[in-house]
Design a protein around this ligand. Sequence first.
Ligand SMILES: [Fe+2]
Length: 252
Amino acid sequence: MMQQIDRDAVKQAFASYTANYNAEDPKIKLKIDHTYRVADLCDRISQTVSEVNSDLSWLSGMLHDIGRFEQIRRYNTFSDAESVDHAVLGADLLFMDNLIDVFGSYNEHCKDVLETVIRNHNRFKIDEGLSDEYQAYCKILRDADKIDIIRVSYDTPPEEIYNVSSEELRRASVTEEVKQGFIEKRAILRSVRHTPVDILVSHISMLHELEYPISIRIVREQGYLAKLLDFKSDNPNTQDWFEYMRESMRGV
Ligand SMILES: [Fe+2]
């Protein structure tokens, strides 16, 4: 039997937890807002997936980035490469240090789903051998996270997400391997991204990775993909590349 999940209580617990961190810091604010949006997206996507419970999927969204707050406090960066894997940190805090208890008392099944989903949310590929149910929870959260990354990528000044000025972003060229990833419609590894605009291309390319039809519908509905594709570059090669991407994503 699926247990009850009190969404208001979870939201309150999340607000109290994050109140320990500096919400004046735009990085913290961004992650708080991202969390609520991802949880709502999980809720919405999960309504179309028969294997899952929407409350639990919503909760996975609420908790998926909990490690971000300690990551920022300890290392002042969101870069996992320069600090720790935020998914591992979050899952360890929740399920080894029992931070989960702050968000309600859950049965073993719920905790196991949450831990698996959180640990898998930022991996290049999800663990093999997971049941259909676990896979569905993982895919929903990963879709929700990507949908919001596409939005944040448009909404946030480049200084904040790419650590570069708008001028640098406009001058940048796209790395060949990144282009190849887009053309082959596969996930673009962080390690092949070298220029600021590579990150933008990889965000656009995330559309190819979405698992559920409703996820693609939501991206279309939000209109952010078209805006990202409309990026104005000062670099002629990059301009040509964006023209190519607009063509190939026509109708999306
Ligand atoms: Fe995350």
